[in-house]
Design a binder for this molecule. Structure first.
Ligand code: KG4
Ligand code: ZN
Length: 344
């Protein structure tokens, strides 16, 4: 039985967690920076990095105290080493290196996306490889075939915006504030999803890639036209997004061959309408549908500690001179999506 300290600081959550290899989360703390970024309607990298630097050390101390442990009782230190906002990633990784060095324990430099990809196995001991993962967050929109620890096939990514980004930008256009996803979902519940004709980018295209920029622009035009209720725009936007997700995920399942389960992770997985549609799709293919608890879907340190446990079990660790990576694809061999911008 091993215990790993996990650290997450790649975006706007500062987090620390202690996880045991029997899947027990012994303690964890997450400090959200929503309030700091709200005035700007999105994450400001410099503000994020400073907040991580201020908060991380006390957060780790509090996590150890909650578990009644000292660093000497921890078996390894795992931290997100990319991809993400580099200032924040460096704060977390440097802290992990210092702790690993001071306690003479192994360091695990974790790919944040690997944290998301393996997190469902922390929640569900019966989830075996291979599984299809839809990772939908503010920074990512990917379909990954998870074949094993360190073995990821990226079947699809977004050629422009991530879905969470589209939710956040649509929320801004509708004057709903930040973060926008939950606000759009609430407003959508009062609207008619068929009221506003909106595009479904890439629907039916051969490769299962995503595109949401055109949808977001259409939301802007619908708002500017003054012809629609905001609730109808929100409901129609959410429905268009769901139609795209389902069509693209169906295509990926067809491409992947046999899998054990359809799994969703990332902050957008909080959306009940999206979960419901994915559950139906899984049923259609006779697949188990796994949606980890929300606390594990959004950015957290337990998933980083767990990825560390999975890698440690395979005898892996990383050198103390591991360099933080702003971009770090999970599947370096994936062909670039046609028309893709700079997203990992
Ligand atoms: O995974 P996450 O916490 O952080 C990133 O790595 O980005 O995801 C945050 C994203 C934001 O874009 C937020 O608007 C979106 O998840 N989100 C939602 C909902 N709750 C959060 N999107 C749609 N519906 C929701 N209920
Ligand atoms: Zn994330």
């Amino acid at each position: 039985m091993v215990i790993v300290l996990g650290i997450e600081s790649s975006c706007d959550e500062t987090a620390a967690a202690l996880v045991r290899s029997d899947r027990t989360v012994l303690a964890q703390h997450i400090a959200s920076q929503d309030d700091a970024h709200r005035p700007y309607g999105g994450v400001v990298p410099e503000i994020a990095a400073r907040a991580h630097a201020e908060r991380l050390t006390p957060l780790i101390a509090a996590t150890l105290a909650d578990a009644g442990m000292t660093l000497a009782q921890v078996d390894a230190v795992a931290a997100t080493a990319g991809p993400g906002l580099i200032g924040g990633v460096m704060v977390g990784l440097v802290t992990a290196k210092a702790l690993a060095m001071a306690s003479d324990k192994p360091l695990l430099a974790i790919n944040h996306l690997e944290g998301h990809a393996l997190s469902p196995r922390l929640a569900d001991p019966d989830l075996h490889f291979p599984y299809m993962l839809l990772l939908v967050s503010g920074g990512h929109c990917q379909l990954l075939l998870v074949e094993g620890v360190g073995r990821y096939k990226r079947l699809a990514t977004t050629i422009d915006d991530a879905l969470g980004e589209a939710f956040d930008k649509s929320a801004k256009l509708l004057g709903l504030g930040y973060p926008g996803g939950p606000a759009v979902e609430r407003l959508a519940a009062e609207g008619d999803p068929k009221a506003v004709p909106l595009p479904r980018p890439l629907l039916g295209s051969k490769e299962p890639h995503f595109s949401f920029a055109g949808l977001k622009s259409a939301v802007l035009r619908a708002k500017q036209s003054g012809e629609h209720r905001d609730a109808d725009i929100a409901a129609s936007f959410q429905q268009a997004a769901i139609d795209c997700l389902i069509d693209r995920t169906r295509r990926a399942i067809a491409k992947a061959g046999p899998v054990e389960a359809l799994v969703v992770a990332g902050g957008v997985a909080a959306n009940a309408a999206i979960r419901k549609a994915l559950e139906a799709l899984a049923g259609e293919h006779g697949l188990r549908f796994v949606a980890p608890p929300m606390a594990l879907c959004t950015d957290n340190a337990a998933m980083i500690a767990w990825a560390g446990i999975e890698r440690l079990a395979l005898g892996q660790s990383d050198p103390l001179d591991f360099v933080a990576r702003p971009r770090w694809p999970l599947d370096p061999d994936a062909a670039p999506a046609r028309g893709a911008g700079v997203k990992a």
